[in-house]
Design a protein around this ligand. Structure first.
Ligand code: HEC
Length: 291
């Protein structure tokens, strides 16, 4: 082994393996590196590196000394044996094994007697790298056929659909835990008393001045009759409150002032009072709104 892999490959590979293992096994907080968090580990790796280099030098020296003690004939024999042992690992030999190609000088031996206007054909051996890749592809094809066509494994469309479905579930889960993500599309009617009370409080602070304390209307329209300028129902009301009314009418966009969750609470509060009788109702404006 030592003879096949040169030391300039061996030392970095062993060193990186040790460094990787250290990082893997040492404790570190999520998202950071143990090697950065604990500088003592770097000292340890430095020692490991020195040790590896030292070991290389010592082994090399021992080998050299042993070699020098050999008689001249033994030295020659040793070199020859070594040459012989290393032969299969020579690059040319590896390439030769992978391709089994004939050198150009020997092409005559494999020439076929086909002759097409001077173009001749060689009977080359199939290169083993190609041949074995071909066999591997046959094995792969069998597995592929079995999985997709006999076991009916998921094709790319099913895989896509499954991923989309699970992503949708994840989004829903996320929205549930993050109420401020509601928008006019996803808003739902809240019915919990706590939410309606919160909506009532917010309404009395922000909206009463124009829509009256009992929602009967004033500067702004009546919010409890069945007529709506901008559409009734929790989704439309949510959207009107967050985006504002028609330009110049005096109903501003509240989304920069109120949180989505708060707008949802006010909208639900308004819907909950639908059909009540205000003391001094403003005349209906807009159209009768049906679902
Ligand atoms: C400065 C006065 C004013 C304030 C404050 C105000 N509004 Fe309005 N609001 C209006 C006016 C004016 C309109 C009519 C807009 C239009 O015609 O486009 C309106 C329209 C609306 C509508 C749509 C009614 C319909 O018939 O479609 C809703 C819902 C509404 N306001 C809710 C609220 C809520 C909730 C608040 C408090 C967060 C609020 N408004 C604060 C003036 C006000």
């Amino acid at each position: 082994m030592r003879e096949i892999i040169p030391s300039w490959i061996r030392i970095p590979v062993i060193f990186l393996a040790v460094a990787g293992a250290t990082e893997y096994f040492a404790d570190s907080t999520e998202g950071t590196y143990a090697l950065i968090e604990q500088p003592i580990l770097l000292v340890f790796l430095g020692v490991v590196l020195l040790f590896l280099i030292g070991l290389e030098i010592i082994l090399g020296a021992i080998e050299n000394i042993m070699f020098q003690t050999l008689s001249p004939e033994a030295k020659v024999k040793f070199m020859k044996d070594r040459e012989e042992r290393l032969k299969p690992y020579r690059w040319e030999n590896i390439v030769q094994k992978l391709t089994r190609s004939k050198p150009v000088s020997q092409e005559r031996d494999i020439e076929l007697d086909h002759n097409y206007d001077g173009i001749k054909e060689l009977d080359n051996k199939l290169p083993p790298w190609w041949l074995y890749s071909f066999y591997a592809s046959i094995v792969f094809a069998a597995g592929y056929l079995f999985y997709y066509h006999i076991l009916d494994g998921d094709g790319q469309i099913q895989e896509y659909e499954k991923e989309v479905a699970s992503a949708k579930l994840a989004i829903e889960e996320y929205r549930k835990n993050a109420p401020d993500l509601v928008d006019a599309q996803s808003v739902t009617l809240l019915t919990e008393q706590a939410d309606l009370d919160a909506g009532a409080r917010l309404y009395q602070t922000n909206c009463m001045a124009c829509h009256a304390a009992d929602l009967g209307g004033g500067i702004g329209p009546n919010l409890v009759d069945d007529h709506w300028i901008l559409g009734g129902g929790v989704k439309n009301i949510f959207s009107t409150i967050s985006e504002g009314g028609r330009a110049g009418k005096g109903m501003v966009a509240w989304k920069s002032i109120l949180k989505p969750r708060e707008i949802q609470q006010i909208s639900s509060y308004i819907v909950s009072l639908e059909g009540t009788q205000p003391t001094n109702p403003k005349a209906p404006e807009g159209e009768v709104w049906t679902q």
